[in-house]
Design a protein around this ligand. Structure first.
Ligand SMILES: Nc1ncnc2c1ncn2[C@@H]1O[C@H](COP(=O)(O)OP(=O)(O)O)[C@@H](O)[C@H]1O
Ligand SMILES: [Mg+2]
Length: 300
């Protein structure tokens, strides 16, 4: 992986002392291991806007406000200056969101700020001190899956309390650190109160994480933490440590599932019955034709 000039410039500027090695090139950014004041950190270098592929960007930026009205006007008009401002805003958003979430006690890497479009943050490490893997790479026994899932649901609730919906959460943006899950990758995060897509995106985040862990613990499919926390938050009852049950609408979910299962059973029974009647009719027909034309003995 080529070392971007912007990253080299951070050495000259004194923000980092050394570029150790590339860590990963993700879909939106390349991440490098760097040395900051003697500590190994992660440096996230964003891909150029045209190489990124957030398809419905408008969904995500809704509700965000520029620093001043001149920038906002330029962004709305899409002038060159406006595009540049929009890009800066996109890159700063991740650092700002992480700062806010870290202060709120959410398990995210501690951010060290955004310097010329490069986000510096603590490196998340696994038990052996190596960079932590994505949970997507993990195998979980049933109990571990349920426990991990519950911890992540609590982190999502904490984020919601801080007014943030991740909006791209999945097993690829959660790392398995030595002491549990850490959530990363926030440039698209949306404002829970201002963005009209916030509820849909929250439910999608919860569904993605639940789908992943349900591979190891099927009972998680019946949980509905998303609607539960959204409603509690709307009623101003959600606190970072609110004990969630995952049971909101679970009763309806179970009834719905039963209705669906019942319908499938009914359909199967009907099909079997039709098959039976058809076979019975065919047998009758065969019997009738055999009576009409009795089999003759050969030679007669
Ligand atoms: N602070 C960090 N500590 C350890 N690994 C990290 C850190 N930040 C990013 N990574 C690694 O880099 C990958 C890409 O980072 P991410 O922020 O998800 O960018 P992208 O938008 O490209 O997916 C992550 O999946 C993870 O493996
Ligand atoms: Mg990612």
């Amino acid at each position: 992986m080529q070392i971007p000039d912007g990253l080299k410039a951070l050495i000259d500027d004194g923000f980092i002392q050394e570029i150790i090695r590339p860590l990963k090139s993700g879909k939106e950014a390349a991440v490098f291991l760097v040395l900051v004041d003697g500590q190994v950190c992660a440096a996230k270098v964003y891909k150029q806007a045209h190489l990124r592929n957030f398809r419905q960007r408008q969904d995500y930026v809704e509700g965000r406000q520029a620093g001043n009205s001149r920038d906002q006007r330029a962004m709305d008009r899409g002038t060159r200056f406006g595009k540049q401002k929009r890009e800066e805003a996109w890159q700063n958003a991740e650092s700002d969101t992480m700062r806010k979430l870290h202060a709120a006690g959410v398990r995210v890497p501690r951010p060290h700020g955004n310097h010329d479009g490069i986000l510096l943050m603590d490196l998340v490490t696994y038990a052996d001190g190596q960079p932590a893997p994505q949970i997507a790479a993990g195998r979980f026994d049933r109990l571990a899956a349920v426990q991990f899932h519950r911890r992540i649901m609590q982190e999502i609730a904490k984020m919601l309390c801080a007014g943030v919906v991740h909006a791209d959460l999945s097993e690829f943006n959660i790392l398995e650190a030595n002491d549990g899950p850490i959530i990363i990758d926030f440039p698209q995060a949306v404002d829970a109160a201002r963005n009209n897509n916030a509820k849909r995106l929250l439910l999608r985040d919860v569904a993605n994480v639940t789908r992943f862990f349900a591979r190891f613990a099927a009972e998680l499919r019946r949980t509905d933490y998303g609607n539960e926390m959204w409603l509690l938050n709307e009623q101003r009852l959600l606190k970072p440590d609110t004990a969630l049950t995952g049971k909101f609408q679970a009763a309806r979910g179970v009834v719905d599932a039963n209705i669906v299962l019942q319908a499938i059973e009914d359909a199967k029974r009907d099909a079997a019955k039709r098959e039976e009647v058809k076979r019975w009719r065919e047998d009758k027909k065969k019997e009738a034709s055999q009576k009409k034309a009795p089999v003759r003995a050969p030679g007669r």
